[in-house]
Design a protein around this ligand. Sequence first.
Ligand SMILES: Cc1cc2nc3c(=O)[nH]c(=O)nc-3n(C[C@H](O)[C@H](O)[C@H](O)COP(=O)(O)OP(=O)(O)OC[C@H]3O[C@@H](n4cnc5c(N)ncnc54)[C@H](O)[C@@H]3O)c2cc1C
Length: 367
Amino acid sequence: MRVVICGGGVIGACTAYFLRRHGVDVIVVERTEVAAAASGKAGGFLARDWCAGTPLDALARRSFALHAQLPGEIAGDWGHRPMSAYGGYVAPDGDPRRNAPSALDWLGDGVVITQRIGTPETTAIVHPRKFTSAVMNAALARGAELRVGRITGILHDSNGTASKGVEIEGSIIEADAIVIAMGPWSLLAAQWMSLPAVYGQRSPSIVYDIGPNVPADALFLECETDGSAVSIEVFPRADGSTHVTALSDIAPLPLDPATVTPDRDAIARLQAMSERLSPLFRSDRIIAQQACFRPVTEDGLPLIGRVPQSDGLYVATGHNVWGILNAPATGEAMAQLIADGAAHEVDLAPFDPARLAPLDPSLLQAR
Ligand SMILES: Cc1cc2nc3c(=O)[nH]c(=O)nc-3n(C[C@H](O)[C@H](O)[C@H](O)COP(=O)(O)OP(=O)(O)OC[C@H]3O[C@@H](n4cnc5c(N)ncnc54)[C@H](O)[C@@H]3O)c2cc1C
């Protein structure tokens, strides 16, 4: 059996790895490079039980456990480490609460920590680009193949009911099964199959090199800027890089993932907010100013499973803010579904693509 995975982000990489563990032949087709998009630019924060009470709970718990297990299975160092998480706010200038020293001494006096929201047992972090690359390398070491190319269509049988392969700008790769894992660009696949819409939600981020001695504490802070309250997230990683993100917006998704760029004003505002958090966030410590698009579905849940009305077509996307967390369990479940006919660890019913109406392909052609 040969499976072609369209997209070399974290979801494609994890699906490739677990399929190879089942002994299935795998070719990953990636348009740009592995982890070129959100999977290379995310924070990398992981939480075991922050999806409790939602349909994502079992997926997140299984994935959190797999994240802890994979460093013992796969070569490479992607900085998986347990961490604490704190919530709080940034007191504005002149506010009397600014005078108390922050509970976390690397932060400025304006940062007020109000609660601990994660412990090293329940929260952790990875470097997402290094994680995605390590998992892809592990799949390649087990015999998977990676090709750089742009998927431009799906080849169907004469009845149009079964997929036979993928088209890559004029050439064809035959396959028994195809997995669409192109993040927000999975939207384009709705031209070729009956697929619900997937949207891209843009977020800017700045990565600082502030050294590995900053404590392993994720921060979720409310901050007032330009008269509005904004949530800002800070993720210190094991390699000394710290990822800061806020200010998501809606922007058109560029067709080419390589041309995603941040909005300059958003980066300037984010930088100004970061400088209020800690004296360590200096401009000479910036190593990346970037943006990426999270894949989002209409009901906020991922699409993981068989594509309706087509034999051999599968989709795994729409993981929104939890794609790095949920990638291992998604890859494991996809591999079981394709190789064994059903996922064993996690019930995929809440993520069945058939729950949502398919996108009208004429809407895409009109663009
Ligand atoms: C700022 C930010 C912070 C985040 N922080 C976290 C976090 O802390 N924790 C967490 O769990 N999640 C986080 N996320 C979410 C997470 O990054 C995403 O959910 C996840 O990376 C999506 O992975 P993916 O593989 O589905 O998509 P992508 O990473 O978008 O990968 C899709 C791949 O498909 C390729 N592709 C596109 N079109 C084609 C084509 N035609 N042919 C071939 N290949 C194609 C692209 O080049 C790309 O490499 C964050 C997201 C953002 C934006």
